[in-house]
Write a protein that binds this ligand. Structure first.
Ligand SMILES: Cc1cc2nc3c(=O)[nH]c(=O)nc-3n(C[C@H](O)[C@H](O)[C@H](O)COP(=O)(O)O)c2cc1C
Ligand SMILES: C=C(O[C@@H]1CC(C(=O)O)=C[C@@H](OP(=O)(O)O)[C@H]1O)C(=O)O
Length: 379
């Protein structure tokens, strides 16, 4: 079983992801992980904190001569803005953040809650996802996350291969796949920030090269769609998850939702084994399993909770009505969320790959993968 946990506070010494169940024999080239970490820090609308940090991953355990050992892997991203011991508590909880509920639940202050609920923690989730992507690459599975809506403005993505889309996204300051929309959306973010407000949006993740049969139809907690939904919803500020048509599927008749099945022998050697679908409304998952089509996952991110023009709040000591505390904040982190959601999706796909093909070594996984494809083609 491939799984991970994270540890670390936003302004603490360091952040750690402990990845367990990663196979032996994978070359741990960290350049791709660092590139994702840099993207996660960027995107138009980020606040002052990102000028302090330059996130880089360090692989602390589970590696020998640059190759995974099959033992637990500790990934570390150090906080430059380490100042927790000097920080004071926040007096007035911010609506939309974990401040009020967490401080009451733990019978303490706001500081201990915000330090851990902060999305700073997603740096090591992206590192864990980057590790998972190294494994996926060995099987020709590619992922990309991008922004499809920001501040209520739909940004229609252009079409292309994952490599082509990545080249477009990486040039966009809002991580969208439609360069013509960048300038206007940046203006929107800028104006919103000036007005002391914040913006949310919708991100989409696409995964190409998936074989048929990752996940299961047989038990609720191992269905791939369920696992993806949990991983994505557990990202800070994500409020909705869709696969394929998602909520739109509920509004159409069956004939306009389900993807017809055809067979094309020339595609027998591709991951879909020749079973082609003219549409992909299912978003690549049927019955809790991958169906050989690209996986399409969307996530809705709410606007940042900390407002420069703060909403009403209450001083927790005096109970006097006031406005929420404000120090500094992002105005929009939807582009960053596209990188984070891509990472958590990649991790769940890698976990499903390991469930099906084992996790002792990359060589055995590859042999079992090839055998499975061979057997599936022959039936
Ligand atoms: C990449 C990213 C950056 C974020 N930056 C901030 C921020 O600067 N200020 C803030 O108040 N919330 C920020 N958030 C959102 C909070 O972390 C989140 O709203 C909070 O933890 C409460 O959790 P919930 O929104 O999931 O209920 C950010 C979220 C993400 C994904
Ligand atoms: C530090 C990061 O995001 C932070 C997420 C965050 C929050 O409340 O979630 C609040 C801000 O932190 P600070 O109060 O230190 O400015 C963001 O900068 C990061 O993503 O690396």
């Amino acid at each position: 079983m491939l799984r991970y946990w994270t540890a670390g506070e936003s302004h603490g010494q360091t952040l750690v992801a402990l990845v367990d169940g990663f196979p032996a024999g994978v070359t741990l080239d960290t350049a791709g992980i660092d590139a994702d970490l840099k993207l996660r820090q960027g995107g138009y609308g980020r606040g002052g904190r990102q000028r302090i940090e330059t996130d880089k991953v360090q692989v602390r355990t589970g590696v020998w001569h640059g190759v995974s050992l099959g033992s637990p892997i500790a990934l570390e991203v150090v906080n430059k803005d380490f100042k927790l011991e000097r920080l004071e508590d926040l007096p007035r909880p911010r609506p939309g953040h974990a401040d009020l509920t967490g401080s009451i639940k733990h019978l303490g202050g706001i500081r201990p809650i915000l330090e851990r609920s902060s999305a700073r923690e997603t740096a090591v989730r992206v590192a864990a996802g980057g590790l998972a992507k190294l494994l996926l690459a060995e099987f020709g599975i590619e992922t990309i996350g991008y922004v499809v809506e920001l501040g209520g403005e739909r940004i229609e993505p252009v079409e292309g291969t994952v490599a082509e889309l990545r080249a477009i996204r990486d040039k966009s300051e809002i991580y969208a796949l439609n360069p013509e929309r960048d300038a206007a959306i940046k203006e929107l973010i800028k104006a919103t920030g000036k007005a002391g407000d914040t913006l949310g949006g919708v991100v989409e993740v696409r995964v190409d090269g998936l074989p048929i049969g990752l996940g299961t139809h047989a038990q609720w907690d191992r269905k791939l769609d369920g696992r993806l939904a949990q991983a994505v919803m557990a990202v800070q500020a994500i409020k909705g998850v869709e696969i394929g048509l998602g909520f739109e599927a509920a509004r159409r008749p069956g004939s306009k939702v389900h993807d017809p099945i055809h067979y094309d022998a020339t595609q027998r050697d591709t991951p879909n084994l020749g079973f082609t679908r003219p549409t992909n409304n299912a978003g690549g998952v049927e019955g809790g399993m991958t169906n050989g089509q690209p996986l399409i996952v969307r996530a809705a991110k709410k606007p940042i909770s900390t407002l420069a023009k703060p909403l009403a709040s209450v001083n927790l000591q005096t109970k006097e009505e006031d406005v929420a505390s404000y120090e500094r904040s992002d105005v929009c982190a939807v582009p960053a969320a596209s990188i984070i959601v891509e990472a958590v999706v990649a991790f769940e796909i890698a976990a499903a790959l390991v469930d099906k093909f084992g996790s002792d070594s990359l060589d055995e996984m590859k042999a079992r993968y090839e055998l499975f494809l061979q057997m599936a083609r022959q039936r």
